[in-house]
Design a protein around this ligand. Sequence first.
Ligand code: ZN
Length: 158
Amino acid sequence: MFIFAITNMENRKEQKIRTFEQILLQIAGLSVSQTHKVACIAFKKNFSSISSFGYNGTYPGAPINIETGGEEISLEPGLSGFLHAEDNMVSKFHERDAANHIVFVTLSPCRECTIRLVNAGFKEVYWIEDYRHQEHLEIFDRCGVKYGTIDDYVLAQK
Ligand SMILES: [Zn+2]
């Protein structure tokens, strides 16, 4: 009976993780990026509330660039001129307890966003897909931030 109860709690946590992953993907769908739609959310560790979210993009009402057919300056990787999802999430994060939050991102953070998340005080960052550069993630190791894929995070609960 006791073991049954524990198992149920594990399933419940996995259900919450997967639900927040779906919310993350829905938010990514709001991005107007023509190449990579990226989203980031920060929620309380106990899954009680989402404190902030962001997706990659420029500013409201930005003009369409005739050359790219969208709001991007360029469609070359890294040259869109868009702010990253993490940047937009952090700028809208107004809680005082970043360490009591978990950050979910659709794509593992770039070097600048890794530093941005560390400086904002976040201690857990998980993502769906690996970004092409990974070597800077050692910054998380140095700063005691837990990180990895959401799938690994789910497995770690078992
Ligand atoms: Zn970034």
